[in-house]
Design a protein around this ligand. Structure first.
Ligand SMILES: [Zn+2]
Length: 160
């Protein structure tokens, strides 16, 4: 229920969130698909809350749709195919693609101890890397870069 109240509060017309949701609905419609309530719910949570795992998303499904892992994975697959979200492979978490710059690459630094994930703004450097990959004959490049390290938390820096 708390998720539903978050939704109600954050979807004022003209807000950034509502703008992103409208863009997502348009992308789905152009692909001949529909953002069902569960798809929209996942996309909205990833936009608002940042990187989440499939399990976190299933837990928030009560009251929206059947809270079962296969539902979650099918939904995530759908959103990935449309480019609305991206998967952070190293931590098995998902993040919403900012649709204002839908084709822009995204870079993340991920703590390998605690999984803390932060987005890095380094688009010019990423463009160079992707250009090189294309020069090497690669196509359909996954435009998400993940860099692993240890965050500043003492629990993580002391580990190992
Ligand atoms: Zn950490």
């Amino acid at each position: 229920m708390s998720d539903l109240s978050i939704m109600a509060k954050e979807t004022k017309p003209g807000s950034d969130l509502e703008d992103q949701l409208n863009r997502a609905r348009n992308i789905a419609r152009k692909a001949g698909k529909t953002l069902t309530p569960v798809r929209e719910h996942f996309y909205r949570r990833l936009l608002v809350e940042g990187p989440l795992g499939a399990y976190d998303l299933v837990e928030g499904l009560n009251g929206v749709a059947s809270a079962k892992p296969p539902t979650a994975y099918r939904t995530l697959e759908f959103l990935l195919e449309l480019g609305l979200i991206r998967k952070l492979q190293s931590v098995s978490k998902y993040i919403a693609t900012p649709l204002t710059k839908s084709s822009s690459p995204m870079a993340f630094v991920v703590c390998r101890e605690c999984g803390l994930t932060e987005q890095l703004d380094c688009a010019p450097y990423q463009a160079i890397i992707f250009d090189r990959a294309k020069q090497n004959g690669f196509d359909q490049i996954d435009s998400t870069i993940e860099i692993s390290g240890l965050c500043g938390d003492p629990h993580c820096t002391d580990a190992g």
